[in-house]
Design a protein. Structure first.
Lengths: 306, 365
């Protein structure tokens, strides 16, 4: 990827808070017009990364640039061209939807109508509540309003820190639809999420844990990194089953995965013998079938074996 | 474009204030309540001192003096009592003070007027269980009794500008000093820190608007509110508490505007230290209100403080403000008389502003 094609370039970025290293030599590139996901649990350093890129923090080592502008030297230029939506709801709850929008528009020296092609599809959904105080909106509506405010000056790069946390499933899906729509308008996006299912909606993802990036790939490519067999295990008494499976012969790993347990076989594993062994321990109706590995399986493997 | 951004900031800040009833109460109602509270309820002034009289001979001179006491609105005459009953009337609470006239009162007064030596003509006995009332009342009663003595060994004390020692005269400048500190420093710092706490500051900082302009815009509504109070407090004092506004009002206004700027700079400085509203409140409470109330001369006279506290009080800006306002408002001195205080306040403002701007940064750390 050519440098000029980079919306965001992060290289060896490190940030420490006292003894705690929040970010440890993180590097990746986000292409222009790309929807790039940061996937990882709380404490992975996602918010710190956003704040560094948004020029709100100074790194202890490494560099980062947005549209070719360095976060240290050209902070002011970067601030003019990014739209930033922090993890917490960061609008004024005591101002109405319309007042919030007006305020952010004037903050960036634009009028709401200036970029209506960008905002209108989103704004239309919250327009019926224009006079309502932002604090009284539902979680999904709040995020839509926040997105409108972040887009109001037509940023070239959008930074969205866990935009769907605390939002219901339907609104989450709608929100990702909007991001896909924005992508067609050429806006580059860096989005973080703790939800693995949302990773599928990104062009490429970076798996992060404890301040490090474990892998960067497309969602499909990430899932394909899982080599070897994988089984899904289910039955009554799921917790007992998990403990029994972990103790069983030839099982390398077993962990809860949604409604089932995922089981990674080790050397000398035999499905028939495993089921028989479980039956011997009283789990007669346990069901074991081959499963397809997802991003989460890769993630768990990387986290455990890094 | 820049002005539009600035004005929309001011409008937003005004909406915050208007929509928060507690803020409205603090900035608009509290000053009124404090003026009335300090003026009426917490007064240490002489009102309604009950005076009994002991006079072996009710000569014309004695009668005249007693009539003067009776005619004064601050004193209530409880009648004549016998010399042996002094202790009894004070203990029973029938009277707060007893004026004991000498048997040869007229002769002694005449002698005094001629400048000749003669013992005391009147002795004042006070119930000093309330020291404030006693000392203030004694002084005032003495001045009433000796009103027509032009000379003599009686130490002549004249209380200028505030002869009845009305405490509201003292309190009004004090309240102004406190209220402006409260509104400008505390409210501003809390409102800045609130944006840090709720995360909106993050969004504001990642915008093309310069951070100091953000902060300046936050100060404007509080500054205007303080100006409103600057107009109403003296007016209230004049109309309700009958404090004389003898001084030059323009001077008081100029002085107060300087003090407002100082308080705003203080608030900005606090906001750079605190990242939680509670912290900002605590700092402004400990750092501002306590010294302002204790050391500024608002509640306790600075002259009575131990040396060390007197030195500390010099660092409390409110002290200088109150002193200057007293000079202008109560004594009616020209503005030139408070140049020292103005210089000190201006220097403090400059230092605080410089420190706040130095400490303020546009990052989150």
């Amino acid at each position: 990827m050519e440098r000029s094609d980079c919306a965001i370039e992060v290289s060896g970025l490190t940030k420490r808070y006292g003894a705690l290293t929040a970010l440890d030599g993180v590097s990746f590139r986000v292409g222009r017009g790309e929807l790039f996901g940061l996937i990882g649990p709380d404490g992975a350093g996602k918010t710190t990364l956003f704040r560094l890129i948004a020029t709100l923090l100074t790194p202890d080592a490494g560099t980062a640039s947005v549209d070719g502008f360095d976060i240290g030297r050209d902070a002011r230029r970067i601030r003019a061209r990014v739209g930033y939506m922090p993890g917490r709801f960061s609008l004024y709850p005591d101002l109405s939807v319309g007042e919030n929008l007006d305020f952010f528009a004037s903050l960036f020296g634009v009028r709401i109508a200036d970029h209506s092609d960008l905002i209108a599809p989103i704004y239309r959904q919250i327009e019926p509540f224009r006079r309502r105080r932002a604090g009284k909106l539902s979680g999904g509506m709040k995020q839509k309003l926040a997105l409108c405010c972040a887009l109001i000056h037509r940023p070239s790069v959008l930074l969205l820190d866990e935009p769907t946390t605390g939002v219901d499933a339907v609104s989450r899906s709608e929100f990702w639809d909007m991001l896909s729509e924005l992508r067609t308008k050429g806006i580059s996006m860096l989005v973080s999420t703790p939800y693995m299912d949302e990773a599928q909606r990104c062009g490429r993802i970076a798996l992060c844990d404890k301040g490090r990036v474990l892998a960067v790939d497309t969602p499909a490519g990430t899932a394909a990194r899982f080599d070897g067999a994988l089984y899904a295990l289910s039955g009554p008494d799921m917790y007992g089953l998990l403990l029994a499976a972990r103790a069983a012969h030839g099982v390398r790993e077993c962990y809860p995965f949604g409604a089932v347990h995922h089981l990674i076989p080790g050397r000398g594993f035999s499905a028939e013998r495993f089921v028989a062994e479980l039956a011997g321990k009283g789990f007669r109706n346990a069901e074991l079938r081959p499963a397809e590995a997802g991003i989460e399986d890769v993630f768990i493997r990387l986290m455990r074996h890094e | 474009m820049i002005m539009r951004g600035f004005m929309s900031f001011v409008r937003k800040e005004t909406l915050h204030i208007l929509r928060d009833p507690r803020t409205m109460l603090i900035v608009l109602l509290m000053p009124v309540i404090q003026v009335l509270l300090f003026g009426f309820a917490m007064s240490t002034e002489v009102t309604d001192v009950r005076v009994a009289v002991v006079a072996p001979h009710r000569t014309e001179g004695v009668r005249q003096a007693v009539r003067r006491i009776a005619a004064n609105p601050c004193f209530t005459l409880r009648g004549y009592v016998d010399g042996t009953q002094i202790d009894a009337v004070l203990r029973s609470g029938e009277a707060d003070a007893v004026a004991v006239f000498a048997a040869d009162y007229d002769r002694r007064m005449n002698a005094l007027e001629l400048g000749e030596a003669a013992g005391e003509a009147v002795q004042l006995v006070f119930d000093a269980s309330n020291t404030n009332t006693a000392s203030a009342g004694a002084g005032y009663l003495q001045s009433v009794l000796t009103a027509d003595v032009r000379s003599g060994p009686l130490p002549e004390t004249r209380l200028l500008y505030n002869p009845q020692m009305k405490s509201s005269y003292n309190f009004v400048p004090g309240i102004m000093g406190m209220i402006f500190m409260l509104i400008c420093a505390m409210m501003t710092s809390v409102s800045i820190v609130r944006e840090k706490e709720t995360g909106t500051m993050e969004v504001l900082l990642v915008s093309p608007v310069r951070p100091l302009r953000i902060v300046a815009a936050k100060m404007v509504p509080y500054f205007l509110l303080s100006c409103f109070n600057l107009a109403t407090i003296p007016l209230l004092a004049r109309c309700v508490l009958e404090v004389p506004l003898s001084g030059n009002l323009a001077g008081i206004a100029c002085l107060s505007l300087l003090y407002l700027l100082l308080a705003l700079a203080f608030g900005l400085l606090i906001s750079t230290f605190a990242d939680k509203q509670a912290t900002a409140l605590l700092i402004s409470g400990m750092l501002l209100l306590m010294p302002v109330v204790m050391l500024s001369g608002l509640a306790f006279p600075i002259e009575n403080m131990p040396r060390i506290l007197r030195v500390v009080s010099c660092a409390v800006p409110t002290r200088w403000y109150i002193e200057a306002v007293r000079k202008l408002m109560i004594e009616g001195l020209p503005f030139a008389a408070v140049m020292k205080e103005v210089a000190i306040l201006a220097a403090m403002t400059a230092v605080l502003t410089a420190a706040a701007i130095r400490k303020f940064n546009d990052k989150l750390e």
